[in-house]
Design a protein around this ligand. Structure first.
Ligand SMILES: C[S@@+](CC[C@H](N)C(=O)[O-])C[C@H]1O[C@@H](n2cnc3c(N)ncnc32)[C@H](O)[C@@H]1O
Length: 213
């Protein structure tokens, strides 16, 4: 669900930079050829990600949940020279699709795709990250936070998508389904963690940004 009324969403997109042409193509390709295209970040959120990346100018980004590669390409736009986006996807059937678009981009050598279970891949990565973007299985958000925390630079960001979960997180706790409860637990966990400061942006399905103090 988008929280903005459609006319406000359209207005916001109208006065936001266009997607780079390759991302427009990837967006269309995903909608025509891949299940659950709603998972792709899309125009407005993609430009938000690219803008955040350009503001932070990260050396290294970890993305959990590649899907067809749209948001990984957005994160790559703000990397410093020699910077790397590590992106993790469990669905190996997506690999050729992801690689075909990365290979046609300006970021071929700066995006490293890891196929596997995120918690296992994270465990094997010996990298200090400036940004971690969590956008995969909701029940593991808290586990991802814990798994990446020591690998995050001081002043680095853990950015979690879908934290509003179409508004379901505002239900009574007793009515929440499993994923909703996990996202609610995640928000409470971040709020009570004295090692971070945080802000919840109600952009698209909600982005919770935690900054390591
Ligand atoms: C919401 S989509 C990611 C969308 C992508 N970030 C974008 O904006 O274009 C979530 C992806 O996470 C993947 N995923 C789910 N569980 C995972 C896990 N345990 N490890 C790695 N990837 C996982 C799914 O296969 C799916 O492609």
């Amino acid at each position: 669900m988008d929280f903005l009324p459609p006319d406000i969403e359209e207005y916001s997109e109208r006065f936001t930079s266009n997607e780079p042409p390759l991302l427009t193509e990837l967006n269309r390709y995903t909608h025509n050829n891949v299940l659950q295209p709603r998972m792709l970040a899309g125009h407005l959120q993609g430009r938000v990600i690219a803008m955040m990346s350009k503001m932070i100018q990260p050396k290294s980004v970890l993305e959990i949940g590649t899907y067809t590669g749209y948001s990984a390409l957005c994160w790559a736009e703000g990397l410093v020279d020699g910077g790397v986006v590590h992106t993790i996807e469990v669905d190996d059937e997506l690999e050729p699709k992801i690689r075909s678009f990365i290979d046609r981009s300006a970021h071929t050598s700066s995006i490293k795709l890891h196929i596997g279970y995120a918690l296992e891949v994270i465990n094997d990565l010996d990298v200090k990250f400036d940004i971690v973007y969590i956008d995969a299985d909701k029940e593991n958000y808290s586990n991802y936070f814990d798994a990446v925390f020591d690998k995050l630079a001081t002043g680095g960001y853990i950015i979690a998508d879908n934290v509003l979960w179409s508004g379901k997180v505002t239900q009574n706790e007793s009515e929440m389904d499993h994923d909703t409860k996990c996202l609610f637990e995640y928000a409470k966990k971040i709020q009570s963690d004295q090692r971070v400061e945080q802000v919840l942006f109600p952009i698209r399905d909600g982005l919770l940004i935690a900054r390591k103090l």
